[in-house]
Design a protein. Structure first.
Length: 565
């Protein structure tokens, strides 16, 4: 029971039984420690020499990855402050696709540095103000040093994609994959008045274990993980004319109970003949349009399959709606809901539609569309774990290429922009008055955690590396960074390591916002869940999230909190 005494000394019960409250310093310390622990788990995965994590879920499924957002999503974080770091990694992943690990590492550093100021009695609000100003200033500084590039310069886009993949398992094959990624993004990019827009959903990434990463291919069209419905149909059609329909080629069952009284076999026969006729009628409409490939979202009756096979039309059924939308974009076909409305002008065109065997499955490939606005990357790899990780790497690479096409500004990688900004922020801090100056200096220290971690993970001495990096930058080369693969401090131009400016901005703004949010919390009140009989309601601290009220379930102490979101 939480009892608060009023100024008159009378005890007042405010919170329900089993609720817990941590206040002031304790609450801040607890939150900061939780967030620091999350950053600690993640920081060894930063950079090209970063390590991978193996995550095993309750069912025994294994995920091996070094993608910050994936790690945090899989480990199912329970602590409410740590959850905020999971959220920034998710937001960064959705917004810019890359830099999820950096965002969490930076947020952890900001909090760690803030802790030392809180211990010196600097008020959290002052730290928050200082951090916000410094973040704003950092984004301004980065905008000044960013290089403008042409959004369609394939060479630049490939460098960006390669840099993103350097930190992943697919590093060996990054040149081959980055070439595919760039072609895919350029194919689906749409020109607008003020530049390009790219919808990543137009690029379908299919994965299949088997072969090696080198066997991955880009298809100017769509790959469907379905097979041709009838063995009598052709398995390959050149110069395909494709009809896309999202209606079923079967007789609808009536919604209400209907009885048909049949008194002799003749009536039965005519009833079945009529059904057949209706189905043949539907198929005839498809044939009349001139289509030789039919792709359908719903089911196709056995009889309809027979007629379609007879007409030599390659047919696939039960295709996902999202895939049909992509097919329409890729082939130029119109999605038709009513067969009466299907004409030649509605058909899409592809050079080849073919069923191929991939591993043990048969998939249908729709290839060679003229100007496809939707494409597919088929990812291969030695095992399911590898394929999953390649898919995540390809997603990050697609996103960074999209970022540069939409906002054609790039900065160096390898911790160069962070080090540059940190030095400039320190100089700028001197012009500030009061305790804010301390917070801004701490922000600069936090920025340097990125190059320090890169160096640590590459087995370099972090302090020597950072001092060498600073001195080289002060001599005027602001593009100097850490080439973790060579273990040297060099100009990033020579190592071809570049990142989109939008990724850096997102990392800095989201990490600062998360850190500031956590710093402003001075009171954590955990409410017990149930109001049943007392006993075992440990609130959050008990790890049982208040299942005590279920009586007789005391033996379940080892269960995780049921639902703390």
């Amino acid at each position: 029971m939480s009892i608060q005494a009023s100024s008159g000394g009378i005890p007042v019960v405010i919170l329900r039984d089993g609720a817990q409250q941590t206040k002031g310093r304790d609450a801040q310390k607890n939150n900061i420690t939780a967030a620091k622990l999350i950053a600690e788990i993640i920081h060894t995965s930063l950079g090209p020499r970063g390590m991978d994590k193996m995550l095993v879920d309750s069912l025994g499924d294994v995920t091996i990855t070094n993608d910050g957002a994936t790690i945090l999503k899989e480990i199912d974080v329970q602590h409410p402050a740590a959850k905020m770091l999971v959220e920034i990694s998710k937001a960064t992943d959705n917004e810019v696709g890359d830099g999820t690990t950096s965002a969490v590492v930076l947020a952890g550093a900001l909090l760690e540095n803030a802790e030392s100021l809180i211990l010196q009695d600097v008020h959290p609000t002052i730290i928050v103000d200082g951090y916000r100003k410094a973040a704003h200033k950092t984004i301004e500084l980065l905008a000044k040093i960013a290089d403008k590039v042409s959004p369609t310069d394939k060479e630049v886009l490939e460098r960006i994609a390669r840099t993103s993949m350097q930190t992943k398992l697919v590093r060996r094959d990054s040149s081959n994959l980055s070439d595919m990624v760039v072609k895919a993004v350029v194919a689906v990019a749409e020109k607008k008045d003020d530049g390009y827009t790219v919808d990543i959903d137009d690029i379908k990434v299919e994965k299949k274990a088997g072969g090696s990463i080198k066997d991955s291919v880009l298809t100017k069209g769509i790959i469907l993980d379905k097979e041709v419905v009838h063995s009598g149909m052709p398995k390959k059609i050149d110069k395909a004319k494709i009809a896309l329909i999202n209606t079923a080629l079967e007789i609808d069952k009536t919604e209400f109970d209907a009885k048909i009284n049949i008194s002799n076999p003749q009536q039965m026969k005519s009833f079945l003949d009529e059904e057949n006729k209706m189905i043949k009628n539907m198929v005839d409409k498809v044939i009349a349009s001139g289509a030789n490939v039919l792709l359908c979202q719903k089911g196709i009756d056995d009889m309809a399959q027979h007629y379609l096979a007879k007409a030599g039309i390659l047919t696939v059924r039960r295709i996902k709606e999202s895939d049909l939308a992509k097919l329409a974009k890729a082939t130029g076909a119109r999605l038709v809901s009513n067969l009466d409305d299907l004409f030649e002008k509605d058909l899409g065109i592809a050079e080849i539609v073919e069923e191929r065997k991939i591993e043990t499955d048969r998939w249908v490939f729709v290839e060679g569309c003229k100007h496809p606005k939707a494409v597919t990357i088929l990812v291969r790899g030695g095992s399911q774990r590898v394929v999953d990780e390649v898919e995540r790497s390809v997603h990050d690479a697609l996103m960074v290429v999209k970022d540069v096409m939409e906002n054609p500004l790039i900065v160096a990688g390898g911790g160069a922009p962070e080090t540059y900004a940190a030095t400039k922020i320190r100089e700028w801090a001197k012009s500030l008055e009061g305790r804010e100056q301390l917070a801004v200096e701490k922000f600069a220290d936090s920025l340097e955690v990125i190059p320090i971690t890169l160096a640590e993970n590459a087995g370099m001495d972090p302090i020597d590396t950072l001092t060498s990096l600073r001195s080289k930058q002060l001599k005027g080369n602001k593009w100097t960074g850490i080439d973790a693969m060579k273990g040297q401090v060099v100009s990033m131009h020579s190592s071809d390591i570049f990142e989109p400016l939008s990724v850096k901005n997102q990392i800095i703004s989201s990490a600062t916002e998360a850190a500031c949010m956590i710093l402003r919390i001075d009171d954590v009140i955990a409410i017990a869940k149930s109001s049943g009989p007392p006993g075992g309601e440990g609130g959050m601290g008990g790890g049982m999230g208040g299942m005590g009220g279920m009586g007789g379930m005391g033996g379940m102490g080892g269960m995780p909190p049921m639902d703390m979101e």
